[in-house]
Write a protein that binds this ligand. Sequence first.
Ligand SMILES: Cc1cc2nc3c(=O)[nH]c(=O)nc-3n(C[C@H](O)[C@H](O)[C@H](O)COP(=O)(O)OP(=O)(O)OC[C@H]3O[C@@H](n4cnc5c(N)ncnc54)[C@H](O)[C@@H]3O)c2cc1C
Length: 422
Amino acid sequence: MSTEEADVVVIGAGVSGLGFANWYRVLHPHARVLVLEGDSEPGGYCKTITQDGFVWDYSGHFFHFKHPHIEHWLRERMPGQDIRTIVKQSTIRYAGLDIDFPFQKNIHQLPKDEFLECLVDLYFRPTGETPPASFKEMLYRRLGTAITEKFLRPYNEKLYAIDLDKLDPDAMGRFFPHAELADIIGNMRPGAKDGGYNATFTYPAGGAIQYIHALLSGLPADTVCCNEPVTEIDLGAREVVTPVRRIRFGKIVSSAPLPALARMCGVAHDPSVFTSNQVLVFNLGFDRKGPRGVHWMYFPDRELCFYRVGFYDNIFDTDRMSLYVEVGAPHGATFDVDALRARVMTDLARENIVDGHQLVSHHHVVLDPAYVHITKASLAETQRVRDGLALAGVHSVGRYGGWTYCSIEDNLLETQALAKII
Ligand SMILES: Cc1cc2nc3c(=O)[nH]c(=O)nc-3n(C[C@H](O)[C@H](O)[C@H](O)COP(=O)(O)OP(=O)(O)OC[C@H]3O[C@@H](n4cnc5c(N)ncnc54)[C@H](O)[C@@H]3O)c2cc1C
């Protein structure tokens, strides 16, 4: 086995790893940076499948850029791509009605008796002297019983596949559409429209992988090595081990899940705090168009196997229904994919999304981990392990390296900041 040298070894060729390699290269053009990727292709969770004329991601990956310079920087590297900025249309299917998202700001769209129930519970919500101890308590205390039990609790229990009492009150960070009483009442005015944390999104015609191609375009061809998982990191010898070589490193930037990185480094950690859900994503292509004017729908009904369904075909207004369907499950659960696909089709028909349509193409992928369970213990252990590794020149980044809830823009901002300081 050969031994080589690199100034920086990057683990993972997803948005975070490739983002870091780009930012670092600009600042240190002569440094040797190697990106090692265990999979056969770059992209991580930003991969795209094109099949039978359909373009599918690993579940809908729609992009909500808050920093124009990041979006501009990416777009500059995507010449010729049709990239659209779309005004988001997302709804909640609640008891046969379609309520605008977020639920808490659109309770006036409910039948009158349920609206009054939500409003009264919201007004008389149980406040307390001390901050809420869990995500579940936060929901009841900020939004009252009815809003919590009609949407927020069942939806998030289906998504996270965990008792919400275990999650930190801020488990969703800025992705949770907080609403004060005044916002909710204000949104009842005719013409008022609050789309939550993301009123528009951008999406390239070629799917999420186009952002990965943009990141790859800034790197010399031999930077990224696929099919080369890192199996061990020898912090003493400062060597990374893969099945084909050892690489002496100056620094490591890893986007592998943090507990896996800690294991590879032989660093003491508590694996029990790093829990997460998994999401089985079905991408489904049909013979003709389905519902129009909606990009994704949330389903709190516990009788339905999915929690969210998205319509790729309504972004570019293509003529055949093209869906992603997300099913949440606890980590470790196994799926009977054929049986679940049949169940998804039944449930889609029950919700009148499929109405005599023929399924002409399908694909599925399991994202594991998908949504990490952010708890007080995970926050403390993440900080402790990351800080310890950083002292050894090993920087853990990205959605799973940071064991957090974030977007691809966050991944790019984080790795840009890191490139400046190491
Ligand atoms: C269901 C779902 C929907 C989402 N939707 C959106 C959205 O609409 N918009 C948005 O902005 N973000 C979205 N995200 C978040 C987005 O997917 C992530 O922020 C982003 O893809 C994370 O990139 P990453 O590089 O940090 O991690 P990853 O994409 O997980 O990449 C890590 C890479 O490291 C590799 N790797 C792991 N271990 C090793 C090893 N030992 N050796 C070598 N390689 C290794 C993996 O194979 C992988 O390629 C969504 C996430 C999920 C789960």
